[in-house]
Design a protein around this ligand. Sequence first.
Ligand code: PNW
Length: 473
Amino acid sequence: PSVSSSESATGFPTGFLWGAATASYQVEGAATEHGRTPSIWDTFSHTPGKVRNGDTGDIAADHYHRYREDVALMKELGLGAYRFSVSWSRVQPTGRGPAVERGLDFYRRLVDSLLEAGITPVATLYHWDLPQELEDAGGWPLRDTAERFADYAALVAGALGDRVPMWTTLNEPWCSAFLGYGSGVHAPGRTDAAATLRAAHHLNLAHGKGVQVLRGLLPADAQTSITLNLHQVRPLTTSAGDADAARRIDEVGNRVFTGPLLDGGYPEDLVRRTTPLVDWEELVRPGDLETIATPFDVLGVNYYTPTIVSASDGAGDSRDDGHGASDHSPWTGSEDVAFHLAPGERTAMNWAVDASGLHTLLTELHAAHPELPLMVTENGAAFDDYVSPEGRVEDPERIAYLHSHLEAVRQAVADGADVRGYFLWSLLDNFEWSYGYAKRFGAVYVDYASQRRIPKASAHWYAEVIRRGGLPG
Ligand code: PNW
């Protein structure tokens, strides 16, 4: 059968965005420059014992000073789009009041360089770096933080709205709420189940208010989105208990966001199960669900590996759910579920390589929400890369990972999913949160001593994919 008219011969839709992604705290450095003040990640990384090797984002990949070189690199690779995030405390140090123009200037220059290079800028407003002052006032468990986010969104949209065509409110609110306030492996490192659910609701609210603010300020053809890390949950066996475990993890991992965003409300069983912890009647005020359900244009999905679960048998339960070790479970209300690593190949994160999860994710989302365009906003893998004596970085495992996952995207498109783009995580090696610089996700190697950039073999491979507009062969 011939490909449909909206697809090119490569199996990827015409106009498909081929990109790469980063996030402010992971790459920028310049932590105290031009008025920037600490975010929760500055505080967290400077707290002994929180990040491997005591690494911080103080310098990171020094993208703040080297963005011109980095944009030139992107152009060389032929990237069609660059997904970056804005550091809230660089733009609005206390999280309140007027913007610091010098902070905004960095993003104006970055965006102008991208546009000049023919690369579409895709801006994320919040990739986890909450101004510390807002955390001190209560952080995401406090309702006011959602209002502060809406004000901040207006400042950034006012400055960049004329030149950024695609906007994302939040990156992976699940991580912000459940790893930041539940298991505590992410900033601000709190371990409080009630605070976790309150944070989740206020992040949803911040998104809804953010979309409304963006819609009011952006040109009509600008697009709004949110990026979720939807867990591809699978039961270990066909037992009823494992099926129930999978349903519960789906609720607390996915539907706590997709429910109010797309399906009219929070999952009933999650609410019932967590009612002893949280007064949902008080938390979810009249009008909140309408605000959260404000329509947006594109759903961003990040995918790395599937999540395999079983009912707890009381013995041999794995705490290693791939989200970092903690005595506190992030799975609020379903702490008894056991997690399992998939068999087969693993990345340096110990995450199983399984591209079928990406295909399932995209096709199931499309089936549930046929009108909602999708975009893969992150996909990639960490491996133990090193520079050879000849100065090259050979990373065949990463090429294989990217190849199989792009093939999964192509197959999802063939099966009817409306996928508008793919962003490799990450453009550069960077600060991998609680793992610091020990994990390298970049298509481009960063020598942190010299800040020299070396495109890995995978970067050259990806450049070829982009040039062809699809996979080889
Ligand atoms: C995402 N987990 O983080 C983030 O958006 C990136 O900033 C990050 O560098 C990348 O994926 C690789 O980790 C995640 O524990 C962090 O499931 C943790 C998890 C998922 C995504």
